[in-house]
Write a protein that binds this ligand. Structure first.
Ligand SMILES: C[S@@+](CC[C@H](N)C(=O)[O-])C[C@H]1O[C@@H](n2cnc3c(N)ncnc32)[C@H](O)[C@@H]1O
Length: 206
């Protein structure tokens, strides 16, 4: 993977779906929080991986945009969309530098925020605020550091552990629908380990 910025470029470069095809369990509840018909809901998936979540949202009728830094992930996202008979605007981009002229009703990012370089964190959340429609929601999670948990074996060199609660500080002007912190087991990289993750679901105030 030497010249790639993330191990996922190679991990996705196979017929198998590294993350499987089951969408994240929080997705169905996101649609219930937004006061619009699915066909009118514009979704942005930041770090869409191989597209399982983006395709799920498109299958619910939403207009879905997703980007990931991996070409292999974006290729598989498009393939999965095609196989499911839905359209997704999927492209390669970097969470650190992405730009868009669009606004969204749901912006979510799972397992990717920790790839933000420290100097881009504040401008990223300002951008998120600017591109979320009033009444729209965000769902984000990020891995947080715990002294009793070693760094995961499948950690990329560009990933940075966050401190407990830091994610939430970027949403003080938003309506907080849910925040929590969970520790869970993972087998990524073939070695059993644990992660601790902060999660937030917040709505941009009217
Ligand atoms: C833990 S995976 C999560 C993938 C997907 N969200 C999911 O839940 O299946 C992290 C994702 O972040 C992507 N990624 C890594 N660095 C990135 C960057 N700078 N910008 C955008 N995506 C990045 C990886 O390629 C990978 O797909």
């Amino acid at each position: 993977m030497d010249h790639f910025r993330t191990q996922y470029e190679k991990l996705y470069d196979s017929d198998q779906y590294y993350w499987g095809l089951e969408p994240a369990d929080f997705l169905s509840s996101l649609l219930e929080v937004v006061d619009k018909e699915p066909k009118d809901i514009k979704v942005l998936d930041i770090g869409c991986g191989e597209g399982k979540d983006a395709v799920y949202m498109a299958k619910q009728g939403c207009q879905v945009t997703g980007f990931d830094i991996t070409e292999s992930g974006v290729r598989k996202t498009k393939l999965l969309a095609e196989k499911n008979g839905v359209e997704i605007n999927a492209y390669v981009d970097d969470i650190n530098t992405f730009k868009t002229n669009e606004k969204f009703d749901i912006i979510y990012s799972t397992g990717t925020i920790q790839y933000l370089f420290p100097e881009n964190i504040n401008s990223f959340f300002e951008k998120i605020n600017n591109i979320t429609n009033i009444g729209g929601i965000v769902y984000f999670n990020v891995f947080v550091d715990k002294p009793y948990l070693p760094l995961p074996p499948d950690w990329d060199k560009e990933e940075k552990m966050w401190k407990t609660g830091d994610l939430f500080t970027h949403f003080k002007d938003w309506e907080i629908c849910k925040i929590d912190e969970v520790t869970f087991e993972d087998n990524g990289g073939g070695i059993k380990h644990y992660h601790c993750m902060d999660n937030i679901l917040a709505r941009k105030k009217i």
